[in-house]
Design a protein around this ligand. Structure first.
Ligand SMILES: Cc1cc2nc3c(=O)[nH]c(=O)nc-3n(C[C@H](O)[C@H](O)[C@H](O)COP(=O)(O)O)c2cc1C
Length: 336
């Protein structure tokens, strides 16, 4: 069992695709997934992914270079599809010969998948529906991540367990599918591998690893929280769209509800127009993840966390987290 042979066997297509020792991705987390955590994940046999987020091409360039200096193992870069400089960011990845680019946040714009493949990198995509997954995989996506609503950060409406049952039987034979959202232990990994996944992606479980640069107050909030504390942002007025985000409830999440009521009232009174109203809602959380992760303001910032946060109880090195996940999966598979 020492080399986790059963788990690695079920992960073999994912391992071959990623070039890592285990098909465990640490999903990109803005502000958290930078050089230190990414290199630690890859050095421990997992697959780290830099979160580009809103970085400029120059910042991404520096982050990739710094990560390369810390690991010789493969790692990926996550780009948000609506970034205004997406193609410049792709060019930075090309200059660094990044092996895997994850396109997150929406349908990849025309030409982006082609631009990534042109320099030989693999493209990993997300898809909320089976029809879209098939389309993206037909049009150049090399692998798919399905992510359920248990996850931390921006989420869709469907649970991981349901997505897995819907997508895996339809896609797993021909395509590479990774499962994300709500995975806190290896037994769950074993289950998804048996259903046909080639690997998994975790975020919450790694966010507070020893190597993570997240502020001590951010980590403490995670260690104290239970699953039920990781709530989704609620839309109060149908005219004012709110993108669902899962984060720990705090003063900020309460004030967000009040803000929506205030803006809806201004809209009713005709004191602001619809564009202005929607902007005020959008701007509420601007910079909020940074405030929580970097500044440690866990009361007003956005402490994005998935429901598996209850299983994150203390700081551990990445290598121990990965070893525990693999051992739990191996034990579970050994029971069958
Ligand atoms: C603090 C935090 C920040 C995140 N930021 C991003 C991001 O910038 N881009 C992205 O594609 N996913 C982001 N995610 C989602 C993760 O990449 C990952 O898919 C998710 O955490 C997996 O589910 P889990 O949290 O249940 O493990 C974030 C998650 C967390 C917890």
């Amino acid at each position: 069992m020492g080399n986790f042979s059963k788990t690695r066997h079920l992960m073999r297509r994912g391992i071959e695709f990623l070039g890592s020792e285990y098909a465990i991705l640490c999903g990109a987390m803005s502000w958290v997934s930078e050089r230190n955590l990414v290199s630690a994940i890859s050095n421990a046999g997992g697959f780290g992914v830099i979160a580009c987020g809103a970085m400029t091409p120059d910042l991404l360039d520096a982050e990739i270079a710094a990560t390369k200096a810390l690991t010789s193992k493969p790692f990926g870069v996550n780009l948000i599809t609506m970034h205004p400089m997406l193609f410049e960011l792709i060019a930075v990845c090309a200059r660094h010969e990044v092996g895997h680019v994850v396109l997150a946040g929406g349908i990849p714009p025309k030409g982006s998948v082609e631009a990534i493949k042109a320099f030989g990198a693999r493209v990993i995509v997300f898809a909320p529906t089976l029809a879209l997954a098939k389309k993206l995989l037909r049009s150049g996506g090399d692998a798919l991540v399905i992510e359920g609503m248990e996850a931390g950060g921006h989420i869709g409406p469907v649970a991981t367990s349901v997505l897995a049952q819907e997508f895996l039987p339809a896609l797993a034979e021909e395509h590479l599918v990774f499962v994300a959202g709500g995975i806190g232990r290896g037994e769950a990994i074993a289950g998804y591998l048996e259903m046909g996944a080639v690997g998994v992606q975790l975020g919450t479980r790694f966010a507070c690893a020893t190597e993570s640069i997240a502020h001590p107050a951010f980590k403490k909030a995670f260690f104290r929280a239970n699953a039920r504390d990781a709530i989704t942002s609620v839309q109060i007025d149908p005219r004012l769209p709110v993108i669902p985000v899962r984060a720990l409830k705090n003063k900020g999440t309460e004030e967000f509800a009040a803000k929506q009521r205030e803006v809806a009232l201004l809209l009713d009174q005709g004191s602001v127009d619809m564009t202005e109203a929607q902007l005020r809602i959008e701007h509420f959380w601007a910079g909020a993840l940074r405030r929580a992760v970097i500044d440690g303001d866990v009361e007003n910032g956005s402490v994005m966390a998935g429901q598996s946060v209850g299983m994150v109880t203390h700081e551990e090195p990445v290598s121990e987290i990965i070893a525990a996940l693999m051992a739990e999966s191996e034990t579970a598979l050994g029971r069958r």
